[in-house]
Ligand binder design. Structure first.
Ligand code: FEO
Length: 165
């Protein structure tokens, strides 16, 4: 059985993951509006991953005999001054999520909930990848600077995400 504090925080994390999906979907819409279809694709794939993350928490709460309670999701930002600004926001957001996961892990340890602790390990590893993916794109966009050729090349590369595996 889940203790109440852990259950509340896991429910909050469902909201955080769904809010992440919403943020990335808004970024996908922004990239669509700029005709950067590859970046829009990357963000769509990211949105799906975030929904999958939310569902992992959803299933875990049920498996432990807990109660899922959903809450409001705030409206995301809808516009950015550049592709770089959007990916920088994505990176900052992932740092925020990593902080949440670390906090959850600390709580699970404090409450001596080994099952929650082991469940959260997957997310610790996942966050390393999430941050690394965003960082790599931010760094490439910085290198590209004002080169439209470079931007179009990266757009094409990001269009392959989710299609080659
Ligand atoms: Fe679910 Fe991007 O962290």
């Amino acid at each position: 059985m889940l203790n109440k504090r852990i259950q509340d925080e896991l429910n909050k994390q469902i909201n955080e993951e769904l809010a992440s999906a919403y943020i990335y979907l808004s970024m996908a819409a922004y990239f669509e509006s700029k005709n950067l279809k590859g970046m829009a694709n990357w963000m769509r794939v990211q949105t799906k991953e975030e929904r999958d993350h939310a569902m992992k928490f959803f299933e875990f709460i049920h498996e432990r005999g807990g109660r899922v309670q959903l809450a409001d999701i705030s409206a995301p930002k809808t516009d950015w001054k550049s592709p770089l600004a959007a990916f920088e926001d994505a990176h900052k957001h992932e740092i925020h999520i990593t902080g949440r996961i670390n906090g959850l892990l600390e709580l699970a340890r404090k409450e001596k909930d080994s099952a929650a602790e082991i469940f959260l390990h997957w997310f610790v590893t996942e966050q390393v990848e999430e941050e690394a993916n965003a960082t790599e794109i931010v760094e490439k966009l910085k290198m590209i600077g004002d080169s439209s050729g470079g931007l179009l090349y990266l757009d094409k590369e990001l269009g392959k995400r989710g299609k080659k595996d």
